[in-house]
Design a protein around this ligand. Structure first.
Ligand code: GDP
Ligand code: GDP
Length: 460
């Protein structure tokens, strides 16, 4: 199914230039449709393998019967009504103007799918404007140069998942959500574990003998193998695909990789680098511990690596069948986890027995939940309400007697969730206060365990 994209933004930001680039020669003038102004340009756009209708709202602002703000307001509202997706352009060289803010305001409130792009972004002169654009509360801006054709890949990356969503929605009349758009991955979806073309990528990592092979075999056995072991992304990565109640899942088998090693002494070293590679492929990383020797150095290293790589993490404690004092032990494990992995505060900890299969349902649920959290998006309105509460409860530091002012914040990305806080003197912000905010975000918006990124930025 095709969809309609409206390019919106104040005069001179580069809307027509982008329109021409997307449409090429296939430009059509819309003239006599009722309710549509004569000079609204509409064309068939191509971007990669995507085909869609693009509307250029340029020219309409020139009507003289109103203030620029007023005209922009009406125009933007109309664009929202007419199009499936609104692409808002700002001029990165000029930075954000009050008229831009008016447009963004309407899009934030009414736009279902909004993509923000900072145009004229070629060269360094645009850097400040791009950072300012975060402050519009429409997520991470694409760096675009309509004139030079730069950034179109990123635009494609944001349109692709939307186009798939529209295709899936042609029949159903799903309720509107207040999410904007997603970035990074073409298969990203901000709302829930979606019906995916690509399977959910899971890596099971842990020390030799933790039980990784046993676990993967058990998971496969219970789910009746759909596809056998098959070649993975790289030559020596081994992965298996399975189906969890309709959710396709691919598990990277690092143990399988290890078993290809010939030299016994290399095992220890190899399992770390295998784990490393698996972590890079994965969306969710399961750190498998041996209940008899939990939280060894190597386990901690790999959990930390997963956090630094920004993956969703689940800790699974294996060989639970062999434990005697289960309730004592679980208490101890939780304490150790909190103490040794503070960077993953609240990370789900699940006890399993790969041998008997006990706890594997809970492990599957924890993996799906972690994935969902990793994709979570919080609205700008909620974030700012939360931020003022946090500041009131505990004011930011005042280095040299000048208190840092936190102005507002917005979520810039998902997978994992990342937030930008606009403030004065960001370079003077203390780690302790940043941690306070990150932990608060985790608690308030239910994001335990997942890596949370926080950037402090000044507005100028
Ligand atoms: P519109 O009023 O929003 O449709 O803006 P136009 O497409 O007419 O562009 C306004 C001006 O910005 C023109 O002079 C364009 O050549 C220029 N422009 C458009 N895109 C870019 C860009 O990516 N980089 C630079 N440096 N200039 C651009
Ligand atoms: P890997 O090196 O991480 O792949 O570990 P393996 O799957 O090869 O398992 C190592 C050893 O631990 C084997 O002897 C398994 O039978 C044993 N093992 C694995 N899972 C469990 C479990 O849940 N309970 C018990 N008691 N033993 C297990």
């Amino acid at each position: 199914m095709s969809f309609t994209l409206a390019i919106v933004g104040r005069p001179n930001v580069g809307k027509s230039t982008l329109f021409n680039r997307l449409v090429g020669k296939r430009l059509a003038l819309v003239d006599d449709q009722p309710g549509v102004t004569r000079d609204l340009r509409e064309g068939d756009a191509r971007l990669g393998d995507l085909r869609f209708t693009v509307i250029d709202t340029a020219g309409l602002e020139d009507a003289t019967d109103d203030t620029l703000q007023g005209r922009m307001r009406r125009l933007t509202e109309r664009a929202v009504d007419m199009a499936d997706v609104c692409l808002m352009l700002i001029d990165a060289r000029t930075g954000v103007t009050p008229v831009d803010e008016t447009v963004a305001d309407i899009l934030r409130k009414r736009g279902r799918h909004v993509i923000l792009a900072a145009n004229k972004a070629e060269g360094r002169a645009a850097d400040a404007g791009i950072i300012e654009a975060y402050g519009l509360g429409l997520g991470e801006p694409i760096r675009l140069s309509a004139e030079h054709g730069e950034g179109l890949n990123d635009l494609y990356g944001q349109l692709l998942p939307l186009s798939e969503e529209f295709a899936a929605q042609t029949q159903s009349d799903t309720p509107e959500t207040d999410i904007t758009v997603d970035e990074e991955d073409a298969d990203a979806d901000a709302v829930r574990v979606p019906t995916r073309d690509k399977p959910l990528q899971v890596a099971v990592v842990g020390r030799p003998n933790a039980g990784k092979s046993t676990l993967i075999n058990k998971l496969l056995g219970e789910d009746r193998l759909l596809t056998g072991p098959e070649a993975g992304i790289t030559r020596d990565a081994i992965s298996v695909q399975m189906d969890w109640d309709g959710l396709p899942v691919r598990i990277f088998d690092t143990a399988g990789m290890r078993k290809k090693a010939k030299v016994q002494e290399k095992l220890e070293k190899l399992s770390v680098s295998d784990g490393l590679r698996a972590v890079k492929f994965a969306e969710v990383v399961v750190v498998l511990l041996d209940a008899a020797i939990p939280f060894e150095q190597q386990d901690l290293r790999i959990a930390d690596l997963a956090e630094r790589e920004g993956r969703a993490v689940v800790i699974a404690v294996n060989k639970w069948d062999a434990e005697e004092e289960k309730s004592e032990k679980i208490k101890m494990l939780r304490e150790e986890c909190a103490r040794l992995l503070p960077q993953l505060r609240g990370v789900p900890l699940v006890t399993v027995s790969a041998l008997t299969g006990k706890g594997l349902d809970r492990l599957r649920q924890a993996i799906e939940k972690a994935y969902e959290t990793w994709n979570r998006r919080v609205t700008t309105a909620k974030l700012n309400q939360w931020l003022s509460g946090m500041v009131e409860a505990h004011p930011p530091p005042a280095p040299g007697g000048r208190r840092i002012k936190l102005r507002y914040m917005t979520q810039a990305k998902t997978r994992p969730p990342g937030f930008v806080v606009m403030c004065s003197n960001p370079e003077k912000m203390s780690d302790a206060y940043s941690r306070y905010l990150v932990n608060g975000l985790r608690d308030t918006f239910d994001m335990p365990g997942t890596p949370v990124r926080l950037w402090m930025r000044s507005q100028s």
